[in-house]
Ligand binder design. Sequence first.
Ligand code: MCA
Ligand code: AMP
Length: 504
Amino acid sequence: MVNPLFDRLFGIHAGKATPFLHLLNGEVITHQDFLGMAAQIANVLAQTGLKPGDRVAAQVEKSPEALALYAACAQAGLIFLPLNTAYTADELTYFIENSGASVVICDARSEVTLAPIASGLGAGIETLNANGSGTLMDQAAAMPLSYATVDRDGDDLAAFLYTSGTTGRSKGAMLTQNNLLSNAETLAQEWRFTSDDVLLHALPIFHTHGLFVATNVTLAAGGSLIFMPKFDLDAVLQHMPQATSLMGVPTFYTRLLSDDRFTRELTQHMRLFVSGSAPLLAETHVQFEERTGHRILERYGMTETNMNTSNPFEGDRRAGTVGFPLPSVELKITDPASGETLSQGDVGQIEVRGPNVFKGYWQMPEKTAAELREDGFFITGDLGKIDGDGYVHIVGRNKDLIISGGYNIYPKEIELMLDDQPGVLESAVIGVPHPDFGETVLGVVIAEPGQSPDLDAMMEAVRQALARFKHPRQLILLDELPRNTMGKVQKNILRDQYKDMFAS
Ligand code: MCA
Ligand code: AMP
């Protein structure tokens, strides 16, 4: 009887009264308590008729119960589909429909809106609020504290994570048990995590970074998490003395550096700071070392692949690089046109292969075939090079993508919306530098001849349809878009023109 993901991340802690979650109110949830909670939820899910392989869509606030829901899905062989809490009802409808989720778990405040959507799509609905209340835990309270773990193969699906695409349609990245487990075990080893580690956990748990990197790595090592609802600068500074490690997006580090309370003394005892999800400016890396004496360890990953590369734990952590391919991950730089491997030092597209690479996009065989080669190499869409010492550098993107505060935003999705608004001929959405979020969204709109589109009304339409973090900070009306001789919009010209718009 085996279930690799559950057995090796959660089951290994059975019966241990060791701390797993330190909550900000002082409460501590032990590994054993956590497993009991997960088993109770697994019982509820099984009793509502869910079968292994069914999808569980969850748009819930970060809480111990929300994390236990993930463990429960692993134990019951269900596919966990975590969703950003910022997504609107329009966005959620697509995810529920596309995934064929059997149940939707949401905050009670969203129930009124989501219940008819879920029932229209044949899915059940349960509520789970930030404080752990709601119908899910009401039922769980009456359930046994154990659950017979469902057998799973390492190749069985464990999670779907939706990631947008250049066509504007989100794709469900299918991640197997082995994808998640192999990466968690490799990273725990590479970054020397042990049961003594206490990770300051301030990331959301609906994306790879907070769930599969920060949480799984700590679980694999048997350590504990200071479990914060979100990144709050005061709380992070207050709890740092109890932590050994922190994982964050670059915004975490620039915000810490912006505060005088963040000192060498405060961080002296810390073992490790990891950054990823977006490029860490070399300048931030240097400033961080000057202030604290620590060198941030930068790594590189994707939703489809988990983590691919990492700077070394021991050895030189180089600013502006993402380090070396992880053990068992192959990485090559290829010519985007021919797919041929380029010579060392040349810039090309980054391709990766390994046990970390996903199985494909849910029910999108053409999109899968376009990005995942038959030989197992995944075309990341990132542009990079490998230097003479073997360090990987990410130098750009071969995909139209904006990363704001670690969240990915695909311009196409916003452009399609803007183009649909009255009086609009066309639009271009670009990312421009932003001191806090790294990049932020700017929308450029071209009017139909003789029309003057109402930019405020357009912003309102965007607000209704799309998550807050995707909203353009500003819309600008121009006479025309810059195009090359082939007629292609030259976004680089627009990016250059507006590069200082939000600078500091
Ligand atoms: C919040 N807002 C944002 C963002 N976050 N807008 C743009 N980009 C964002 N990332 C909105 C808020 O809703 C708010 O709207 C306004 O901006 C200002 O919010 P603020 O309080 O400053 O933000 P915050 O709540 O403090 O959040 C900022 C944050 C957060 C802490 C950087 O975005 C965050 O935790 N990001 C981490 C994302 C992450 O986990 N990415 C990993 C993806 P209003 O003005 O209306 O109030 S996984 C991945 O990328 C791969 C696999 C990898 O390699 O890891
Ligand atoms: P996501 O689709 O949310 O998984 O985001 C993955 C993308 O984030 C990658 O394809 C990269 O473009 C970017 N990314 C992740 N880590 C880094 C990093 N350390 N440096 C630069 N870009 C990164």
